[in-house]
Design a protein around this ligand. Structure first.
Ligand code: GRF
Length: 196
């Protein structure tokens, strides 16, 4: 059972997931899929010695063709789990059907609040006293899949985007690896809770 991380950005979550998988999990992160040729996560993968594959959507005629290319790469490597970590695209039917209830995402808010981009900024602008982090199953929607775990983050007077982002990231870097560890070791059920 191998694990792939999909990322588009800096990759701080990719890094902690990889490190924790090596220290603690029964399976390791063995592949990075990236859709941005200049993403910082590629340097992290090189430093950590994780195979990275950059697949650019613009080289494919549509989303299904793009995801088929990703799928053959995942299948070649025997990937069984996909962890989205700052991957800025919706997952389509090709990957969802190939990996039913095997794709997770981390989102920087207490879902269902502040779905989509700039969730930390939106929470700050709205003036919430608490925001947080959610790990959830991925479905075809934007941050809409069933929630697996969440942790709150206090918004303190004087917080700005930078300070709140740091607090949220600190929580992300613990919650995501811990949730995956619990799933892999059967400490939480891997069958999704169905919303009523
Ligand atoms: C994280 O805040 C994650 O919750 C969101 O995108 C950000 C990625 O950060 N989905 P990084 O690239 O892992 O540092």
């Amino acid at each position: 059972m191998s694990i792939a991380v999909f990322a588009s950005g800096s990759g701080s979550n990719f890094e902690v997931l990889t490190e924790q998988s090596r220290k603690k999990w029964p399976e390791e992160v063995s592949l990075l899929i990236c859709d941005q040729p200049d993403a910082g996560v590629l340097e992290r993968a090189e430093r950590l010695g994780v195979q990275a594959v950059t697949i650019l959507p613009r080289h494919y005629e549509n989303k299904a063709a793009y995801e088929k290319a990703i799928l053959s790469c995942l299948q070649e490597q025997g990937i069984e789990w996909i962890l989205l970590a700052g991957y800025m695209r919706l997952i389509g039917p090709t990957l969802l059907q190939a990996y039913p209830w095997r794709i997770l995402n981390i989102h920087p808010s207490l879902l269902p609040a502040f779905q989509g981009k700039d969730a930390i900024e939106k929470a700050l602008d709205y003036g919430v006293r608490w925001t947080g982090v959610s790990v959830h199953w991925v479905d075809e929607g934007m941050d809409t899949g069933p929630i697996i775990d969440q942790k709150p983050v206090l918004v303190e007077p004087g917080d700005d985007l930078h300070t709140l982002m740091k607090k949220v990231q600190f929580v992300e870097h613990h919650l995501y690896p811990n949730t995956m560890y619990k799933l892999l070791t059967g400490k939480i059920s891997d069958s999704p809770r169905v919303r009523r």
